[in-house]
Design a binder for this molecule. Sequence first.
Ligand code: FAD
Length: 461
Amino acid sequence: APALLWFRRDLRVGDHPALSAAIEAAGDAGVCPVFVVDDRLLQSSGAPRRHFLAGALAALDEQLGGNLLVVHGKAETTIPRLAKALGAGSVHASADYLPYGVRRDERVQQKLADQDVEWVTTGSPYAIAPGRVRKSDDTRYAVYTPFYKAWQQHGWRKPADSASAAKDATWLAPKDVAKDSGLKQYGIDAVDHRVGDVELPEPGEAAALARWKDFRKLVTDYDDDRNRPDKDGTSRLSVYLKYGCIHPRTLLAGIDGTTGKGAETFRQEIAWRDFYADVTYHRPDKLWTSLDQSIDDMQWDDGQDADEHFAAWQQGKTGYPYIDAGMRQLLAEGWMHNRVRMGTASFLIKDLHIPWQRGAAHFMEHLVDGDISSNNHGWQWVAGSGPGSSQFYRVFNPTNQGEKFDPDGDYVRRYVPELRDVPGGKVHQPWELPDGPPNGYPQPIVDHKAEREEALRRLRA
Ligand code: FAD
């Protein structure tokens, strides 16, 4: 019987075990590839992410010879309906481990079972599926470093050779099902790499592989360069990983046998992604509340002053150039360097005393790589929530961070045009200039030293 292959966060044909499984199950009867545009997921994505998704779908459609069926609707009704129209014997997908996806898949599976259609998941978006790396007593690792050791010991599968299987596959579309992408109602008519002021990365698998090929040559320098937002020292693969245009196993296989600190550190970062997915798997209730309840119980600011501070932070107008450059990079590119994500998050939580959840929601709206596990646990890490985190009392100094990680000020000048004429590292303290900050750039909205004390006082209280 034909098979239905349901694409979700795996928009590629290479290293795709579920695709191989579908082709094998269907044999000559053929496979119908489908993507369901689900309002619930689209509504929680900001415009840049929706546009990137549209581009990645178009690229995948091309790889599948124009056979990708993009349908608008709820998965729990759409997938069983398509399976019926196709006369499918099985529905194949990569497993989803996020809370919404898990609940949705349970409902789909139930409906398919009623129709006597098999539900088969093969592979996941992670090097090792969440929940697999466990302590000897079968509990989860709450702390990253021992997780990383166990993760390495566990090991991962070799990349699947699905690309060659895809070349010879018979692709099908059920009759009487119109292509109705539902992306139009989100203002997406055509693939567009520019959304407002945001220039999106080239979507799709080919672009991901090209980026990986380029970065692969630089991986030896990764350990030194990754902390420098003024340099192009990181892979910029997060958005491709988010939509599965490339699988992390492909990356791990690509550096297999490569020694040196660069490759090792890069492997550790891939493991952070798996770690946060593992935390979500075990504690799906802790995406929007702190793993450590005492963080949520602290005194936080709200009301008009907090709203004004929050708006200044969002717009990159705090008067701290390194923070403002980061927040403006987010608005301009839908991406922010990891170091600066940590700095801007710390500033919101500890200098402005605003709960991490507000910042996390802003990031999720604007990041093209916005991923609920990496983002919200990244925020919890900065907030000092949970045993695997940085401690709350490690408060980043926004000026020193800038001087350390952007020593010549190039990063700040790239994103904060008001400061373009301020030379070198002086750009990190514009309030020290003889005439004060130029071109209407603001004075700092808070005094870091005083707010640091205040944050620590609240922590003790
Ligand atoms: P590289 O340095 O090249 O790293 C390679 C890959 O490793 C990344 O693509 C990513 O998949 C993974 N990785 C690296 N660092 C981390 C990390 N700290 N946690 C989890 N995975 C990591 N990452 C997201 O993918 N989506 C998010 O929504 C997200 N939000 C974040 C929010 C905060 C407050 C913080 C501190 C971090 C967040 N990160 C997030 C992690 C990290 O900042 C990005 O993965 C990284 O900046 C992406 O750029 P890159 O691909 O060039 O990374």
